[in-house]
Design a binder for this molecule. Sequence first.
Ligand code: ZN
Length: 694
Amino acid sequence: MKFRNKSLHPILKSLAICVLALAVLPGYAQQAPPQPQPHGINVANMDRSVKPGDNWYLYCNGDWIKNTQLPPDRARISVFSTLADISDKQTASLIEDVAKSKGAGGSGQQKIADLYNSYMDEAAIEARGLSPIEPQLKAIAAIGDKKTLAYALGQTLRADVDALNNTNFHTSHLFGLWVAPGFNDSEHYAAYLLQGGVQLPDREYYLSGNEHMKEVRTKYQTHVSTMLKLAGFTDTDARADRIIALEHAIAEKHLSLAENDDVHKANNTWTQADFSTKAPGLDWTEYFRGAGLTRQTSFIVWQPTAFAGESALVESTPLDTWKDWMAYHLLEEYGPFLPSAIADERYAFFGKELQGAPQQRPRWQRAVVIVNRQLGDDVGQLYAQRYFPPESKAQAQQMVANIIAAFRKRIDALSWMDPKTKAEAQAKLTTLYVGIGYPETWIDYSDYLVKPDDIFGNIWRGNLFQYDRQVGRLGKPVDRHEWSMDPQTVNAVNLPLQNALNFPAAILQPPFFDAQAPAAHNYGAIGSVIGHEISHTFDNEGSAFDSKGQLRNWWTPSDLDHFEAAAAKLAAQYDAYAPFPDLHLNGKQTLAENIADVAGIAASYDGYRASLKGKTAPAQEGFAGDQQFFIAFGQNYATKTRDASLRQQVMVDPHSPGEYRADTVRNIDAWYSAFDVQPGQTLYLAPDERVRIW
Ligand SMILES: [Zn+2]
């Protein structure tokens, strides 16, 4: 599970990811000069007219919220996106240097430069028109029967989903492949198959009776029709109706995001032969042949009912509807790399309508996202060399060690946990691999052909390269030290099947981590993020995997009962939050992340206290050490979000919106004494209502 979702429409293969993060960068557009960042909490961002116990989020961030404008190309800005801007700017300057130096043909540097330039060359993209995609559209048009359709659907399978690490359950392809350590054999890579087939972010967009969602669906119809028209199709309204009806039928078969979270329900091993009996309809032999998976004998099917339902739809829905669906999905996937009429129409719906940002981000910045996605490790290697000093690595490692020690003590002190369970929890901490800054080994892109003037082909081949690379790992021994996040990403991640954590170089920068800031600040800011990731090792998902990453319940029934009672209390706490009168948070959908927030801040607080070694922490602008710790935590979550984007986040994101993540402090006793929070104040919880997980 990663620390935050950067993209709410997780189609990484498209540019929808770009609409979310990052503010306009200094040097690349007009912007006020950046404010100097204080070492420690940022008092200028607070609103001290608010009582901490009444509105903690505004107390920490009120003046920042008042003084911050959402740029037109952003659906949301936050502390994360501001730092991601800096990381993007750093990455862009690396890419520019590389582009100037012109590496040898076939080298990583040449690929970075060619990929970047091929996207930046808008005139060439316009001049080529639809010609790059025409062979693909013709191949779809030539499909003459359901057998050929099954083969073609198999050809679209990509490694574009991720159930547990980067938690991305969305693919617009019929299904998605995730290659990861096996549930039942964590020493070898297994093939996980996940549901797919819809363009909108989640099944609720098709099924919800909410008025806002109905409006979105009306606009979606117009959008689908327009995309088809732009690609030269006739009779596009009728085609759009049929495509959307098919997506609606697929959405009805899908599991919800909350249901996807249950790994025990997901552990379904099917042999290749099982597919035709358990999910009849689709010609599976042809599908797997198209996907190049004929030799793969077994799969873990995450949502069996969705596979049965979607497969039956292949049989029951007319061939022509499926062909239109395929053509339309292809246009969406590659729209950002086609002429602006298509790229802009795509943005108008997925960026502006679904996320509320009226304007696309500057082209160079979208180019950085593309290069990071296709050649992330080549860029990351340069990034780590230039921006991550060894001292930062050493300091971060020390914090991790202190927070792990705090977890050990907390586990030992639990009165309700069985000694055997405690022993396995301690074993998990012993075998935990904590990656700081950058991976130990880098991906080899030699087999990925990048051409200087072919953005469509570059993306097409890049997606295939990544798919082939993943398929090539099936059955091979697991590398537990492998990373699943680039060094240049402002985020952090827990990899439960590897019992590993990654903290990329980019998040180990101010304001989260600052070698010159007081310990109170660093523990409140990055320390709580570190604690959050460690907590995933033991939470409702982590408790399903043992110290070797094997899917095995190592909790006794009474341990589980206690844990689930505490978790239910926390779910109820979050169910009560309502960002809109007609939309509450879903406490179950966000449970794992909320637990990690509670446990993370608790352990980081202990680690912080231990780091003082009995001394009193220095005050900063009148704030005592404990106060700085909690304010730094609250300031992690300063966010401005457009309404459409916030709605989408509430519906599809496993993380709670920033305000409610900041409010985690309600569950920590030390927060009450640090700010003298009293009964009657809005956020006050009586001691027995505060949720203690560990
Ligand atoms: Zn998390």
